[in-house]
Design a protein. Structure first.
Length: 146
């Protein structure tokens, strides 16, 4: 196994995270309350390179400043696999969410068509970021046993 990227939250309860890949350093941050979004920018810049707008069910759309859009969708009814798809619906990258007692794991499968995407590192780390956010929200809204 090789370490390809890291994702570190800047505070335990916040949404600001730093992703480090071979291609660069990225900042992800969830914004808004009623109308949430996740902004993506290079760590050393203030301009956004993309904005992810979630839907009520965890799926959503990634709007790249280059003008392209990509879709984040569940890959199965159990929500154990999530896919980035291009605008035409072709799968680009699949991330599997596996919950353990104390950790999440996420195997990643990249479609051949996605290997040359300039945003591949963003898609991989942003997908993981979205899975961790979803896991945190699930834990926060699950009632404690009585």
């Amino acid at each position: 196994q090789a370490l390809l990227a890291t994702l570190r939250w800047q505070t335990a309860l916040g949404s600001l995270a730093l992703a480090v890949t071979a291609e660069g350093r990225w900042i992800f941050q969830q914004t808004g309350f009623w109308r949430r979004a996740v902004t993506v920018r290079r760590a050393d810049e203030t301009a956004k390179v993309a904005t992810f707008v979630p839907h009520w069910n965890g799926s959503g759309t990634l709007y790249l400043t280059a003008g392209r859009t990509l879709r984040w969708r569940p890959g199965d009814v159990w929500l154990s696999r999530w896919l980035w798809r291009d605008a035409g619906g072709a799968p680009l990258l699949m991330i599997g969410a596996r919950r353990g007692v104390l950790r999440l794991a996420a195997p990643v499968m990249i479609a051949p068509a996605a290997m040359d995407l300039p945003e591949l590192d963003i898609l991989t780390t942003l997908g993981w970021y979205l899975l961790v956010l979803r896991s945190r929200e699930t834990v926060a809204t699950t009632p404690a046993p009585v």
